[in-house]
Ligand binder design. Sequence first.
Ligand SMILES: [Zn+2]
Length: 107
Amino acid sequence: MPESKYCPVCHAINPGTAERCECGYRFRGDDNITDRDVAAAERRHKLRRAAEGVIVAAVIAVLVLLTVFAGIKVLLYVIAGLVAAIVVTLIVLKVIGVLDRKKNKNK
Ligand SMILES: [Zn+2]
């Protein structure tokens, strides 16, 4: 087994045990990565980047509009709510990740 895996899509170096790159590219045996696999992974990578861009732009637009129409006080409440939501999401994701890792170990 190789010590590390090179992702042809985002050019990240992943640990040899990784089945998937952060960008969504799925590693296989070292020999059978096809151009089609790379193209599909590149599409996913681009889609994810585009989605992230749209979300960030939308959040900024909402915050700007809120400030303009509702004032800075409402904006502070919204930011506090967003931060709380993000923290809760991260905690949930972490808990799910821990559970997944345990499940894989048992296999
Ligand atoms: Zn990658």
